[in-house]
Design a binder for this molecule. Structure first.
Ligand SMILES: [Zn+2]
Ligand SMILES: [Zn+2]
Length: 203
């Protein structure tokens, strides 16, 4: 099986994040609606956390002084091929980036969508709640924002052929720790991810 999904950055999955409800410890959802025009970041987006189990709700998100990451996900303006480009995480977002299409080589300027970027803690970047989807493997913790994120990782780990050619330097896959990429760890990671998903779907 070949892994040839677009090179998404982790932030691509951050519009819906499952966290552990601070009141009842069940899964609650942090939903973020990104603005159409994001400059200046981070104004204009709206995040809300809702727990369907106990009714907990939070709308006052924490101020953000950390990194943001940009993502361009669209069709090439010249030939229509899919373009997915992640920027380097930065504290100073900018408006557009010049991207050269891999297929037709046309270079155009595209608008960047910015997201809060966090990779140091298994918490959501808006409220700082603990992520619900996390599992320890040996001494490491693997965390995911939502089930699409989990499925994406699972497909990558499962694949024997991985297209990871280094062009997408800031994608989620490129930034995975090495132990996730070792084929000797494949079975244990898949098992853990399956358990995590089943457990989540029961809640
Ligand atoms: Zn709750
Ligand atoms: Zn093109």
């Amino acid at each position: 099986m070949r892994f040839n999904k677009p090179a998404y950055p982790t932030v691509y999955f951050s519009e819906e994040i499952w966290i552990k409800c601070p009141k009842c410890s069940k899964p609650a959802l942090v939903k973020t609606e990104l603005p159409k025009y994001t400059i200046p970041f981070p104004r204009g987006h709206e995040s809300v956390c809702n727990c369907n189990h106990c009714g907990f709700q939070e709308t006052n998100e924490k101020n953000w002084s950390g990194y943001v990451q940009g993502f361009i996900n669209r069709a090439c303006g010249n030939c229509g091929s899919a373009i997915s480009h992640s920027t380097e995480p930065t504290k100073e977002p900018y408006d557009t980036s010049e991207i050269t299409c891999d297929i037709c080589k046309a270079t155009r300027e595209y608008k960047i969508q910015w997201y809060r970027y966090r990779n140091d803690k298994a918490t959501d970047p808006y409220f700082g709640f603990d992520l619900w989807l996390q599992t320890s493997i040996k001494d490491n913790v693997l965390w995911l924002y939502n089930v699409d994120h989990l499925d994406y990782l699972m497909e990558y780990v499962n694949a024997k052929l991985r297209e990871d050619d280094g062009r997408h330097k800031y994608s989620m896959i490129t930034n995975l720790p090495q132990w996730v990429k070792f084929s000797k760890n494949r079975d244990v990671i898949i098992k853990k991810l399956n358990t995590l998903k089943k457990d989540f779907e029961k809640k």
